[in-house]
Design a protein around this ligand. Structure first.
Ligand SMILES: Cc1cc2nc3c(=O)[nH]c(=O)nc-3n(C[C@H](O)[C@H](O)[C@H](O)COP(=O)(O)O)c2cc1C
Length: 216
């Protein structure tokens, strides 16, 4: 059986449309509810309770909790000025937070208050070698883009960029303490594997990861 060139073109067009449909269907955007900024324990109590947990229940984190947590981590608290809940050296705002859930990897878009799906599937086991990482409901990956540090010296970049990550991680620790969630920040991550999975550019680096869930 032979096909004319126009039949072949139609065939490929159908294939392409089908593929785009599947991709569009698989990669979704989750609109987050408005973060609740009047919730949780007072700061001094949260500081008293802050600690690392390494034993997590599999129970998922409700979307409202996720919205609050991400806002605390890296949301805009002064949206009119484009400023966030965390400081950053020279206001580089060089971090992207990848949100790894059982169903896929998402990027936190603080401006639109949504999660844009980056990949579907369970990638939690790639977030760290410790056993609890694979089953805890949420892992956050803090990815710094060193190119956003502009003309800073290499020494300044090496010092300030990880320091900026510390503020994000501490906000997450304090939010979790104030809400009774378990959390641990982790440096032990396979950065090479994650860079592959997230298709990071050479100037982007996973600095730290943080696991969140309900303590067992
Ligand atoms: C930069 C950094 C890296 C860390 N890496 C890991 C890690 O890979 N795995 C882990 O279980 N805990 C890790 N931790 C958590 C520390 O072990 C923990 O904070 C420390 O033991 C003190 O316990 P606390 O947080 O309950 O006060 C890390 C902490 C920091 C600040």
């Amino acid at each position: 059986m032979t096909f004319s060139s126009s039949q072949i073109k139609v065939f490929f067009l159908i294939l392409l449309c089908g593929f785009s449909f599947i991709t569009a269907q698989e990669l979704k955007v989750i609109q987050l509810p408005q973060p609740q900024t009047e919730t949780g324990k007072p700061l001094m109590q949260a500081l008293k309770l802050r600690q690392s947990t390494r034993s997590f229940d599999v129970k998922k984190i409700p979307v409202q909790e996720l919205s609050n947590l991400l806002w605390a981590a890296y949301g805009f608290n002064r949206p009119e000025a484009g400023r966030r809940t965390v400081p950053s050296a020279m206001n580089w705002q060089e971090y992207t937070i990848y949100v790894v859930l059982e169903e896929g990897i998402y990027v936190y878009d603080a401006k639109s208050n949504c999660l844009s799906q980056y990949a579907s599937g369970d990638f939690r086991s790639q977030c760290g070698a410790q056993d609890f990482v694979k089953t805890a409901p949420l892992n956050l990956l803090y990815v710094a883009d060193f190119s956003k540090a502009g003309k800073a010296s290499e020494d300044d970049k090496k010092l300030y960029i990880p320091a900026d990550c510390g503020f994000i991680a501490q906000n997450v620790y304090l939010y979790c303490a104030s809400q009774g969630l378990g959390v641990v920040v982790r440096g032990m991550v396979d950065r090479t594997k994650l860079a592959e999975t997230l298709k990071l550019k050479p100037e982007q680096k996973v600095i730290l990861s943080q696991t969140v869930g309900y303590s067992k």
